[in-house]
Structure formats: structure tokens, C-alpha cells
Design a protein around this ligand. Structure first.
Ligand SMILES: NC(=O)c1ccc[n+]([C@@H]2O[C@H](COP(=O)([O-])OP(=O)(O)OC[C@H]3O[C@@H](n4cnc5c(N)ncnc54)[C@H](O)[C@@H]3O)[C@@H](O)[C@H]2O)c1
Length: 449
């Protein structure tokens, strides 16, 4: 289904949000002729596609890309060429801001550096649009909250997982009270081996750089649950295991390009077969030692593949969550149990191209409604159609109405990572861990607007 048809067919709230007036642009910073000056920090793969190539192609009437910054000068040059921009490139963030005066910094560095760029960017007068996760631990999260208060700038966390139309539909249904008060949520997400090895090969496999998948990946999932049920997490009990990768491998090599086991390794990957990966990473690893095709059996890997957690929410709901990375299957299963009934969704494979069936099963004792399938419409674009919708809101018309509260700020970013942080602590300490006290944020029964 095309996006235009989707707008015609979907609920009023979502359509209203997406159609919201080009006219409001005219009053905003982003009006044609009054373009916003943006710069991107961290020129890896997320930057060159979404915030580089796509940004210039689709939003040049609204923004000026005035600079790119990365610690790796070779990757910077490749990124500028790939994106097709003539903007200046910098290895020094202060210099970029001093010379180019961007109003907004887009942060796409590796996760462990987000806080440095966010805080320094705000200090030098920029608003921030940052990729998830906001940061990787509670100390950096607290520092970001304090800096935001001190410098008075705006921070948006790009939770694109909130934007796919069928997830917006779930939010609408929950807001409308379809299941009543949510009492528990079942959410089980599978990453297949090819997806998981993309993490294991690079910095994501090392907890001090990606915060483990409890933070790097699950931040998306925990944020969606916080947003859908509109309450804050209070306490977490978790288990996590690493059994296949890292030291558990049967053999290991320096990296895939220099390995004696390419014939027998099920995870061998030829980086030279991808012009973009070779140009961004392999050709420039002599600058900073960033190896993109690291061995998935290297001993430095200290994250988990299997993740299981119970999260108690301030409104009394309980989340039963798992992230299973040791699987040949990708997809997920999600269900909300409530006082009026149960709303369920199964998603297999990725990416998905068809419309989505949401199944509602009423509670026989509280209502005499019949079970029903509620159609939610597919729309085109990255991450189940969410990326282009979020990009429109960010760059075309930031003032468009947001009735579902899809735009996220630092509080959402912090609350979502704190579940992962608490899960890591719970595993280490063999006990439940409270969210209160990790940062200044106090869990609330209903999330503040
Ligand atoms: N929302 C999503 O669906 C989604 C998808 C992919 C990636 N991401 C996020 O985007 C970010 C980038 O991911 P990626 O896959 O492009 O990673 P990447 O490793 O390809 O790129 C990160 C870049 O950051 C640079 N860098 C590291 N420290 C820096 C610093 N202090 N200053 C400037 N540059 C620095 C590295 O040199 C590298 O070029 C991550 O935070 C990731 O979580 C989000």
C-alpha cells in the first residue's frame, strides 16, 4: 500500500499527524528559503544513508547540510563523496561548530560517544537530534539530563520504532481503551544469526562501547513498551547468557579477511564484496583501528545472546520480555493483556511488505464483543515504514501535531536505557534492581507529557 493510500485508510489521529500542514512550515525554521543548518557527527553507515543521502535527496528544501564530523578522516572523505555533498568535513567538533554555526547536530557516532557530542554540542549552542540509544549507562544519562537543563537546548531521540503505521495503530487502540487497563505485556523478539553476527563483528559486541544489546537493541523495545502503556518502569529482574559467540567459538582468526577458517565458519563475511563497507571501514581502519569484519569468536565479546527480563511498571503492569539472538528465525510476538481483553500481534521475517493483522480477543466476563482482526496498513520505507515518517516530522515540519506522542526526548531516552542498565545490574547482582536512584528520574504511574 502506498503512503497516500495509507493516509486515506488509517485512523484520523495518525492521518492528521502526517498530513499536518505544509502551511505550518511557513511559520517554522524549516520553511523553504529559511533552511535549518544541520551537521552530522559520526559518518558511519547510519549517517551516509539516512542522514546523508536520504536527507539531501528528500529534505534539501528544508535543511542545509553544513558539515560532517568524524574522528576518522578517511571515513569522512568517503562519506562526503558517497552522500554527494560539497560541505566541509571536520575531525574536530568544536571547529565544525565554530566555522559552520549549525543550529542542529545529528548524532550518529558509536553509542559510547553519544553523551560527549550531545553535551558539547549543547554547550556550544546547538539543538540535538540523536540516534538511539541516548547513551549507554546511568552516569552518562544523568550528565545529559543536567547538561540539557544547564544549556537549555532541545534534544530529540530518534525512536524510529514508534513511527511504523501499525505501531501507531496499536498506540491509538490502547489510548482508546480497546483492552482496558493493561495488566501485563508479553514481548518476545528474535534476531536471526545473520543479524546478530552484524553486531558481534563490530563494537556492539563489546559492552563498554555499545552498552550490550540490553541497551543498544532493547532500548527500542523498552521505549515502545513505555510509550504504548504510558507508564514508567519501576523494577527489573533479568537473566542473560553468551553461549555461541566470543570465547565459546570453536576457532578464531584475526578478522574475516585474515582467517584460516573461512571454509568452515558459518559466519564468514567478505567485506570486500561490499563497496560501501570497504570504502567506509576496511580502507580506513589504519586511521583508528575500527575493524568492521572482526571475528565473532574474539575473546573481547562480553555481551549476551539470550536475554530474558521481567519488568514491573509503576502502573502495576508487568512486562515479560525476551531478546533471543541465538536463532535462525527473525520476528517477534507481542501481546497486551488488559481488563477488557487481549491484543496480539505476530510478525515474522524482516522487512515486511504487507498489511498487518492485529488480533483482539475480548474478555468474555467483561464484554460481549466478538473477537476481531484489526487491519493496520503497511507503508513503504526503512524500519517498517517508520523512517520516512519520522524524517518528515524532524526535517519537513517539526511543528506538525503529535497526537500519539511519537516524538521522544531525553526522559524517554533515559527511561528506556535504564531498563537495560537495570537488567545488566540484575544479572551481575542476582537480584531485582530498582529504576529509582539510578538517575534523578522518578518513575511515574503515568509518563509526564
Ligand atoms: N534507529 C535505528 O534503527 C538505527 C539503525 C542503525 C544505527 N543506529 C544508531 O546510529 C549510530 C551509528 O550507527 P552506525 O551503524 O552508523 O555505526 P558506525 O560504527 O558505522 O559509525 C559510527 C561512526 O562514529 C564515529 N565516531 C566514534 N566516536 C566518535 C566521536 N567521538 N566523534 C565523532 N565520530 C565518532 C566512528 O568513527 C564511526 O564512523 C549508533 O548509535 C546506532 O545505535 C540506529
Amino acid at each position: 500500500m502506498k503512503r497516500r493510500d495509507f493516509i486515506k485508510n488509517t485512523g484520523v489521529l495518525t492521518a492528521g499527524a502526517m498530513l499536518a500542514s505544509p502551511a505550518t512550515n511557513l511559520a517554522g525554521f524549516y520553511a523553504p528559503g529559511n533552511k535549518k543548518k544541520v551537521a552530522v557527527v559520526g559518518t558511519g553507515v547510519r549517517c551516509v544513508f539516512m542522514y546523508g543521502r536520504d536527507l539531501l535527496r528528500d529534505y534539501s528544501d528544508y535543511i542545509d547540510l553544513v558539515g560532517l564530523c568524524d574522528i576518522n578522516p578517511g571515513r569522512l572523505r568517503f562519506a562526503r563523496e558517497f552522500i554527494g555533498t560539497g560541505c566541509n568535513i571536520y575531525t574536530d567538533l568544536d571547529e565544525l561548530i565554530r566555522n559552520e554555526r549549525p543550529e542542529t547536530l545529528i548524532v550518529t557516532t558509536e553509542d559510547s560517544a553519544h553523551h560527549e557530542v550531545i553535551i558539547r554540542g549543547m554547550e556550544l549552542g546547538c539543538d540535538i537530534i540523536t540516534e538511539k540509544p541516548l547513551t549507554i549507562d546511568e552516569i552518562k544519562a544523568q550528565a545529559i539530563l543536567e547538561a540539557e537543563r544547564k544549556f537549555g537546548r532541545k534534544v530529540i531521540v530518534t525512536f524510529n520504532y514508534r513511527y511504523p503505521p501499525y505501531r501507531a495503530k496499536i498506540k491509538e487502540l490502547l489510548m482508546a481503551g480497546l483492552v482496558g487497563a493493561v495488566t501485563s505485556v508479553d514481548f518476545h523478539w528474535n534476531l536471526d544469526h545473520s543479524h546478530l553476527t552484524r553486531y558481534m563483528r563490530r563494537w556492539h559486541g563489546e559492552s563498554n562501547r555499545g552498552g550490550t544489546l540490553w541497551v543498544h537493541k532493547s532500548t527500542h523495545h523498552f521505549d515502545m513498551i513505555n510509550w504504548w502503556i504510558d507508564s514508567d518502569p519501576e523494577e527489573v529482574r533479568a537473566y542473560g547468557m553468551l553461549e555461541r559467540y566470543g570465547i565459546h567459538g570453536p576457532f578464531r582468526g584475526k578478522n574475516c579477511r585474515n582467517c584460516a577458517h573461512t571454509g568452515e565458519c558459518p559466519y564468514y563475511w567478505d567485506i570486500n564484496g561490499s563497496a560501501v563497507d570497504k570504502g567506509l571501514y576496511a580502507d580506513n581502519e589504519h586511521y583508528d583501528g575500527y575493524v568492521r569484519d572482526n571475528c565473532v569468536f574474539r575473546p573481547q565479546i562480553d555481551i549476551h545472546e539470550k536475554h530474558s527480563a521481567l519488568v514491573k511498571y509503576a502502573n502495576g503492569a508487568v512486562l515479560n520480555y525476551s531478546l533471543n539472538g541465538d536463532s535462525d528465525h527473525s520476528g517477534y510476538w507481542l501481546a497486551f493483556n488488559g481488563t477488557r481483553g487481549r491484543l496480539e500481534l505476530r510478525m515474522g521475517g524482516y522487512p515486511r511488505k504487507e498489511d498487518v493483522d492485529l488480533v483482539f480477543m475480548p474478555n468474555a466476563r467483561t464484554t460481549n464483543e466478538k473477537a476481531q482482526i484489526i487491519k493496520a496498513y503497511h507503508s513503504e520505507g526503512g524500519h517498517w515504514g517508520g523512517d520516512p515518517l519520522m524524517m518528515d516530522k524532524l526535517f519537513k515540519d517539526p511543528t506538525m501535531p503529535d497526537p500519539l506522542g511519537q516524538e521522544a526526548g531525553t526522559r524517554d531516552g533515559v527511561m528506556s536505557i535504564l531498563i537495560g542498565v537495570a537488567a545488566r545490574k540484575s544479572i551481575a547482582q542476582h537480584q531485582a534492581v530498582k529504576i529509582a536512584g539510578l538517575t534523578e528520574l522518578t518513575p511515574m504511574v503515568k509518563r509526564p507529557v
